[in-house]
Design a protein around this ligand. Structure first.
Ligand SMILES: [Cu+2]
Length: 198
């Protein structure tokens, strides 16, 4: 099934849809400026961090993160970037602009993404976002298989947050990562932790 999904990604290419794709596309475009030239995510194993997911510009205080729903078969594909239950943490310095490109790599299920306050238990459906604009559209319905959207927001307060799938039941089933907004970090970073730690 994973192989099928990868094949479909190659065949279908960029399936655009959604809100604010203009602004989001501008935010996430590489210096070359051609979104169509963006490489598809390479196939990796669950728990492996691909350095290509994260890039940033210290001059403009902007961090670009590629969030990939259902990248691997982990947790019935209810994972982001091959991680579940907060196993991957994106840390950004306070005040930086966070641009997240969201790709639904799952060939079967819809997925979405939303930054929410850290809460236990993890919500079973969408809640108000922690930052203005920190969600994909449609949030509860999710992006179609192989669909794509983006979000852009200013991480204007320190704290611990979740990057959570808003499709009912997915987040609570483990489809969430962590976002830490730090008052002391000098640069963004991506850190893997043992799976299941929450
Ligand atoms: Cu999901």
């Amino acid at each position: 099934m994973k192989g099928l999904a990868v094949a479909l990604v190659v065949l279908v290419g960029v399936g655009g849809c959604s809100k604010g794709s203009g602004a989001a596309a501008a935010a996430k475009a590489p210096p070359a400026g051609d979104p169509a030239a963006q490489p598809e995510p390479r196939v990796i194993e669950s728990g492996e961090v691909d350095p290509a997911w994260l890039s940033y510009d210290a001059a403009t205080k902007t961090v670009n993160f590629h969030l990939i729903a259902g990248l691997t078969g982990l947790n019935g594909a209810l994972n982001f970037n091959g991680f579940r239950d907060g196993g991957l943490t994106l840390t950004v310095p306070k005040g930086w602009t966070v641009a997240i490109r969201v790709t639904n790599h799952d060939g079967m299920l819809p997925h979405s993404a939303e930054v929410i306050p850290e809460t236990k238990p993890v919500p079973t459906e969408p809640v108000p976002p922690a930052f203005d604009g920190a969600f994909t559209v449609p949030l509860a319905q999710g992006l179609s298989p192989l669909g794509e959207d983006g979000m852009r927001f200013v991480a204007d307060r320190v704290g611990s947050f979740l990057i959570f799938c808003g499709v009912p039941g997915h987040g609570a089933a483990g489809m969430w990562l962590r976002l830490k907004v730090s008052g002391t970090a000098r640069a963004p970073s991506l850190t893997a932790a043992p799976a299941g730690k929450s």
